[in-house]
Design a protein. Structure first.
Length: 370
């Protein structure tokens, strides 16, 4: 049953998926998260040392490929002597490099794209003109231009997850001022292109909102009605729809197993909880966060404590490829480039406790928007 709310919803709203989804009669389908290509979310990760390793599906240590030093044993790999070659990826691809990809970076290569986020960054969304990045500890959302310049967009002190609606408005998940799972002060905002922010009060589209201090994923209509879409997901965070818009990916954050789960969608466009399946387990101490989907139906997951980006192929999601960019701190949220001047085959990555936005070439274009 729907519950009407004009105040901030209980709990910590951390991420988005399936904006404009065909949920309960609203919308027209979409890929989850910031910019509709990655489900945003996450909360400050617990401190700890992952030992520079990523956990394999069975929980054992697995070698990672370093984006600036591709040899697992730490051997030298100097790419400065020859031009980048898109045919020589730093990590293996299951397909040829997509034709639309920029050629200045090899797949798997990472560079700093923007700097100056002194208090960290969280959500990221690819807008029609720029990247939009939230910094909850700085209390703002900023526009990042193709040359890496960042400009203030709107002041929202507790903004985390970001995603664009089809009408150009930006949806923002608000963690709440307390950052306390016991205090009901999370919320959802809509921001107009001119930076005017309002709480959700009207509209026809719907979205899904995750809460990694809870077990529920919320179905939120833009007229303010809220109901659980899923009720028993351990620490749900990043979410995305598959290319066919038939299944919802959900990753778990603060769990011992680091689950990646897949839920089929019903005729109403909402996930069917009873038919959900855990398809991969990353192990503990990785704190999975934001996700993105590419045009080959591959799921990318930011593991922020481990400092790793995992790529899960749709046919064998239990065996992800792992990429650990040198120098990247606590990757939080992921978005493929969309606007002119951005590489459509690169993930743009925020740092939860760092100061930079990274660009990581993937060799695959982001999933098309509906």
């Amino acid at each position: 049953m729907w519950t009407r709310t004009t105040e901030r919803r209980r709990g910590l709203l951390t991420g988005f998926a399936a904006l404009l989804c065909a949920c309960g009669g609203g919308g027209d389908g979409g890929v989850g998260g910031g910019g509709l290509d990655s489900a945003m979310g996450g909360t400050p990760a617990p401190t700890g040392d992952a030992g520079g390793q990523a956990a394999a599906v069975d929980g054992t240590a697995s070698p990672t490929v370093d984006a600036l030093d591709p040899t697992p044993d730490g051997g030298a790999a100097d790419s400065s002597q020859t031009p980048p070659d898109a045919s020589a990826p730093f990590w293996p691809l299951s397909h040829p490099v997509d034709d639309v990809c920029a050629v200045d970076l090899r797949p798997g290569e990472a560079v700093v794209f923007a700097e100056g986020f002194a208090r960290g960054s969280e959500g990221i969304a690819a807008g029609p003109d720029a990247l939009y990045v939230s910094s909850p500890r700085a209390g703002e959302i900023r526009r990042v231009l193709p040359d890496g310049t960042s400009l203030p967009f709107v002041t929202l002190p507790d903004a985390l997850g970001l995603a664009f609606l089809s009408d150009g408005r930006l949806a923002v998940a608000d963690i709440g001022a307390t950052n306390d799972p016991g205090v009901p002060d999370g919320g959802v905002w809509l921001v107009d292109p001119d930076g005017t922010a309002t709480k959700i009060v009207s509209g026809l589209d719907t979205l899904l909102v995750s809460d990694d201090f809870d077990t529920r994923v919320w179905h939120v209509r833009l007229d303010g009605e809220v109901a659980p879409a899923l009720s028993a997901v351990p620490s749900p965070n990043g979410m995305a729809l598959n290319l066919a818009r038939t299944h919802l990916w959900v990753v778990s954050t603060f769990t011992p197993d680091g689950e990646v789960s897949l839920y089929p969608l019903g005729e109403d466009g909402l996930p069917i909880e009873a038919m959900g399946t855990v398809v991969a387990r990353g192990g503990g101490a990785i704190t999975q966060d934001g996700v993105a989907l590419d045009a080959h139906d591959q799921l990318y997951v930011a593991r922020n404590v481990a400092g790793v980006i995992a790529r899960h192929p749709p046919e064998e999601p239990e065996t992800p490829a792992l990429l650990k960019p040198n120098g990247m701190r606590t990757p939080a949220s992921l978005a493929f480039g969309r606007a002119p001047g951005f590489d459509p085959c690169s993930l743009y990555v925020t740092e939860l406790f760092g100061t930079r936005i990274w660009r990581v070439a993937m060799g695959a274009a982001g999933a098309p928007l509906p």
